[in-house]
Design a protein around this ligand. Structure first.
Ligand code: FAD
Length: 434
């Protein structure tokens, strides 16, 4: 109980590193605890990293961060079993001097980020699992207990950046256990291929990258998303669906991934690759309504541990970095004013977060998770099939008059969903998107 820190940060992922860096570079005495062998060893991401949010923490990160490719193209595919219908955006404008989005490999990226955190003055202890939050008799969090032999480690405030499971927060009664319908289970493989082969298959040159995101019958009636992201010499391929739906359907994530990899639209892109890594991880997908309390006496929670993840736009690491940075700034301000780290003062973190895109975006889509999850069969199977049939009917030139094709397409939509069903799906989607 000898040494007391200004702050203890639990976790060295995106959120924890952002928080620790922000506070250490403001001269605070920061201890960061990470259960993994090294930062990044436990962390899984697609991974697209959004530059704007990192620039706000470290403007010159491009000098030495391990970045794979910057993205110039994004494709969205709606799939049935043999086809995909899609939207694609590619722009040479993304070949800018400070690109906006990069693919990264988290194991390398987190190691680099953590080095910056230590260079800023924070102390990092790896292979150290925090087992318990320690409170004073009034209930204020005053430190942590770890699985290392020894005493309690004390601090003015504890930042929980422990990721999606949030075991510590749950155990300490700061929040409920995340519900199966608010978390997705994603599996991912790294397919290695020569850089030139990736360039050729995706039409890329010199560090340009492409991402494909796909939904449809691939997730077997469940609400899910598959992805394919180009790294320099590998392609990340993965798929995720809600835990509640995996439980209800007894589908296996591995089978879904195999299906996706063997889809005729995907197979040629990864043909001949060597799979060297396989990972599985949860993603918080409950959106705004699943956000637990964000602060209390002596603690704040950031990143995935606070369920800050925008499933609609598939953004998580940027919300993690931003919430970490904002928590760090709020705590530094409170310390500068020499105020105690109690609930009344730490509410500053929440109000700052509410003014950022993090809460504004999540609030915008607050009804989206429930809509998709209660209508997964329609949105992920019925409509993709209907759209594919419609596209095929119009692209296959035969002697059927176009008016008959139009009528047949309309009839197929009405047969599958009824007029009322179609209107209600459209209205509900529009309302949830507002
Ligand atoms: P994490 O990165 O999970 O870090 C938590 C850390 O806390 C870990 O290092 C863990 O070991 C440590 N820890 C946990 N408990 C303890 C304890 N008791 N004691 C000590 N240490 C502890 N986001 C994007 O922006 N773009 C993407 O392309 C993208 N793709 C994704 C693809 C997949 C397959 C998955 C699973 C997620 C993806 N995400 C993506 C989401 C993104 O990965 C997360 O939002 C982000 O990693 C959250 O960062 P974090 O710091 O909150 O949590």
């Amino acid at each position: 109980t000898e040494e007391k820190f200004d702050v203890i940060v639990i976790g060295a992922g995106m959120a924890g590193n952002a928080a620790a860096y922000t506070m250490a570079s403001r001269g605070m005495k920061v201890l960061q605890l990470e259960r993994g062998e090294y930062p990044g060893s436990k962390n899984v991401q697609g991974a697209i990293m959004y530059a704007d949010m990192l620039e706000k923490i470290m403007p010159d990160f491009r000098d030495d961060a391990p970045l794979e490719r910057h993205l110039v193209e994004q494709r969205f595919w709606m799939m049935d079993d043999t086809s995909h219908i899609g939207m694609q955006y590619r722009s040479d404008d993304f070949n800018e001097s400070r690109p906006n989005r990069y693919t990264v490999i988290r194991a390398q990226f987190d190691k680099w980020f953590s080095r910056k955190v230590r260079e800023a003055g924070a102390t990092l202890l790896c292979e150290t699992t925090v087992t318990e939050l320690v409170r004073d008799p009034k209930g204020k969090v005053i430190g942590v207990r770890t699985d290392r032999a020894g005493d309690v480690i004390l601090a003015e405030v504890v930042v929980l950046a422990e990721g999606v499971n949030g075991l510590l927060g749950t155990r300490a009664g700061l929040r409920d256990t995340p519900k199966p319908e608010t978390v997705a289970l994603a599996v991912k493989e790294m397919h290695f291929l020569a850089e030139e082969v990736i360039d050729q298959r995706f039409g890329l040159k010199a560090n340009e990258g492409c991402v494909i995101e796909a939904a449809g019958t691939i997730s077997r009636n469940m609400a899910g998303l598959a992805f394919l992201y180009t790294n320099k010499e590998s392609i990340s391929v993965g798929i995720g669906c809600l835990v509640s739906e995996f439980a209800a359907t007894m589908e296996s994530p591995y089978d879904l991934l195999e299906r996706f990899k063997n889809h005729p639209s995907v197979k040629p892109l990864i043909a001949g690759s060597e799979v060297k890594e396989y990972a599985a991880h949860l993603i918080p997908e409950g959106g705004y309504k699943a956000i637990p309390p964000l602060f209390g006496n002596g603690w704040v929670v950031v990143g995935d541990a606070a369920q800050l993840n925008n499933a609609v736009h598939r953004e998580g690491s940027n919300l993690a970095m931003t919430s970490g940075r904002i928590a760090g700034e709020a705590i530094a301000q409170i310390k500068n004013r020499k105020k105690p780290m109690i609930k009344e003062n730490l509410s500053l973190y929440k109000s700052m977060l509410e003014h950022s895109f993090v809460i504004k975006d999540l609030r915008k889509y607050k009804d989206m998770p429930a809509l998709l999850h209660t209508n997964s069969r329609n949105f992920f199977t019925t409509y993709p099939k209907l759209l594919s049939q419609a596209a095929q009917s119009f692209m296959r030139v035969d002697s059927t008059p176009k008016i008959d094709k139009e009528r047949a397409t309309t009839a197929a939509f009405i047969k599958a969903r009824s007029r009322l069903g179609l209107v209600s799906d459209a209205v509900r989607l529009a309302l949830a998107w507002r």
